[in-house]
Design a protein around this ligand. Structure first.
Ligand code: ARG
Length: 565
């Protein structure tokens, strides 16, 4: 695609006084392909040329001479519209896909650059909650987008494994949990101990003091406290890992808040030396009033440190360790203030990389039938959600295609894929409403629909049964439906670029839905396998390219593309 843009830029360059980069950003793709393949708006030139945009467009269009690969140049209102040579475009797009295969979309823009993505990051001794799932899925897709662009991407799970709550848990465990030494503890048991602690603490406030004392012991390295804490952590990690395995999500590091415990003192010292902090009501704070924010709390009056303190230390450590170009925190919108505060502290500390830290927030996930939520209506057991999705798809396969090979693997790919797609296809800042009937519908804008389209393409290729070759007559791919599909396939690299730039995997979901729609329109209008050998070869080449693009797109989202379903 860049090839055409380059040609258009070189055509325009001699005629208008704008730098290449600006021409490139101004170029648009007209909504209706009949209006042209690219359009250049002339509004911006009106002021300097002292003419109306329509007049400028008319004059320039007359002055620009088409020539391969630009077939025609026409003025439409204030726009200059460019029509590219269809055969050249088809050949460029399809040959690129067939050459780059699984790597199609890789623009090498990120070569030599590193991106750190902090995602999922659940709290130990509690269940992985829905917002940790959303963060896991969005973060994974963002990581994959950057990887596709050639960046080195470091995915970090910043476990919530430190804080006063572990003092509470130790007290609860010692009082009510440790009697039965042979009981194997689960996260549910640990969760129940928290609940019990809070119930009892209402009657006996002394328990809170005990808890604080235990956390202090933990922070100063008391072996007994540490041993229990490690036990709680191991139980939790086991459960989290099970869910990450189901989702196929991998982290380069599980480095929780506790890891920074030894570094916070040094961080606080430097903040103090810079004169940024002061004591307020016995706590150590950074005053952020000049920036219209509440103070950032660094140390409580009992000397223990906080979430924000550890985040500041973690950011410094990661900069030193990975020398990142950008650091992305995928965390729900309810923590907006926290990130604004600690990013500000990083800036005030003089870190010129503070503006390369980004909080990528997202909305809530709600359930249409309240069934999946627990009594409090908040925490959903994600493992159950995924198992249910797979079970429902298994039933559908049993009804529709009982003789399918690898039924279990396909049910799992499609069930899990459906949940992932449903989560990612809404713009991330919006709330997601999870409705089983919609999520699993093979005909809606869903994961199963995209996977099914992919499987159908695989089945056409199996039926064809011969090797796919690029030795084809590209001029045969000329009908409207065919050309629209090819152009759409050519947009894939720029969609990934945009998805990475805006941290917005939904753009990839929408793109895949478009491709499937265009494919279906092509498929309904034209027979792929016919007696015309040359035409069949050309259409098969297009089918194979479409299959490849759908597979690559799904892979970025973290979804498998089974070849049969
Ligand atoms: N554990 C936190 C929570 O569940 C999320 C941590 C996000 N990452 C970070 N570096 N603060 O709310």
């Amino acid at each position: 695609m860049d090839y055409f843009i380059k040609t258009i830029i070189s055509l325009l360059k001699g005629k208008i006084d704008l730098p290449e980069e600006e021409i490139k950003t101004l170029l648009e793709i007209p909504p209706d392909f009949k209006m042209g393949d690219y359009a250049f708006p002339c509004y911006g030139l009106a002021k300097t040329l002292k003419k109306s945009p329509n007049v400028i467009a008319g004059e320039l269009a007359k002055d620009l001479h088409a020539g391969k690969p630009i077939e025609a140049v026409r003025a439409v209102g204030p726009y200059i519209n460019f029509f590219v040579d269809k055969t050249t475009l088809s050949e460029t797009v399809l040959k690129t896909i067939s050459k780059e295969r699984d790597g199609y979309g890789n623009k090498d823009v990120g070569k030599g650059k590193t991106v750190v993505v902090d995602f999922s990051s659940p709290n130990i001794a509690k269940h992985l909650a829905v917002h940790h799932l959303r963060s896991a899925l969005i973060g994974n897709a963002i990581c994959n987008s950057y990887k596709t662009l050639g960046y080195t991407c470091v995915g970090i799970n910043h476990l919530g494994d430190w804080g006063t709550q572990f003092g509470q848990l130790i007290v609860a465990y010692k009082k009510w949990g440790s009697e039965n030494a042979h009981h194997t503890y689960t996260v549910t048991d640990l969760n129940n101990l928290y609940v019990k602690f809070h119930q009892e603490a209402e009657k006996d406030p002394g328990l809170e003091d005990e808890a604080r004392a235990w956390f202090k012991k933990l922070e100063s390295g008391d072996p007994g406290a540490k041993e229990l804490w490690q036990y709680f952590k191991d139980i939790s990690l086991q459960e989290f890992q099970k869910i990450y395995d189901m989702l196929g999500i991998h982290f380069d590091a599980f480095v929780g808040e506790s890891f920074y415990n030894t570094m916070v003192e040094d961080t606080i010292t430097r903040i103090k030396e810079k004169g940024l902090s002061r004591v307020s009501e016995q706590a150590l704070i950074v005053d952020l009033e000049p920036y219209n924010m509440p103070p950032c709390l660094l140390r409580k009056k009992d000397d223990t440190t906080l979430y924000a303190t550890r985040d500041i230390a973690a950011a410094e450590y990661r900069k030193k360790t990975y020398d990142f170009d950008r650091m992305i925190y995928v965390v729900g919108s309810e923590q907006k203030l926290h990130f604004n505060q600690f990013f500000k502290v990083l800036e005030l500390m003089g870190h010129n990389w503070a503006d390369r830290c980004v909080h990528v927030d997202f909305g809530l996930m709600k359930f249409k039938d309240g069934k999946m939520s627990t009594r409090k209506g908040k925490v959903v057991l994600l493992e159950d959600l995924l198992i249910e999705a797979v079970g429902r798809i298994r039933k559908i396969i049993e009804q529709k295609n009982p003789s399918l090979e690898n039924k279990e693997a396909v049910a799992s790919d499609v069930g899990i894929g459906a949940v992932i797609f449903a989560d990612l296809c809404t713009k991330r800042s919006k709330d997601v409403v999870f409705d089983w009937d919609e999520v699993l519908n093979f005909e809606g804008e869903t994961g199963p629909y995209v996977q099914y389209t992919h499987a159908r393409l695989c089945s056409i290729l199996r039926k064809y049964g011969k090797p796919v070759t690029a030795e084809i007559r590209f001029e045969l791919l000329k009908e409207d439906e065919t050309f629209i599909l090819i152009k759409n396939l050519g947009q894939f690299p720029s969609i990934i670029l945009k998805a990475a730039e805006f941290y917005e995997p939904s753009l990839i979901c929408n793109y895949l839905i478009d491709v499937c729609g265009n494919l279906n329109r092509f498929y309904n209008a034209h027979r792929v396998l016919s007696d015309d050998e040359e035409l069949t070869k050309a259409r098969i080449f297009l089918v194979d390219a479409t299959r490849q693009v759908i597979k690559n797109g799904l892979k970025i989202l973290g979804i498998h593309a089974p070849e049969q379903m």
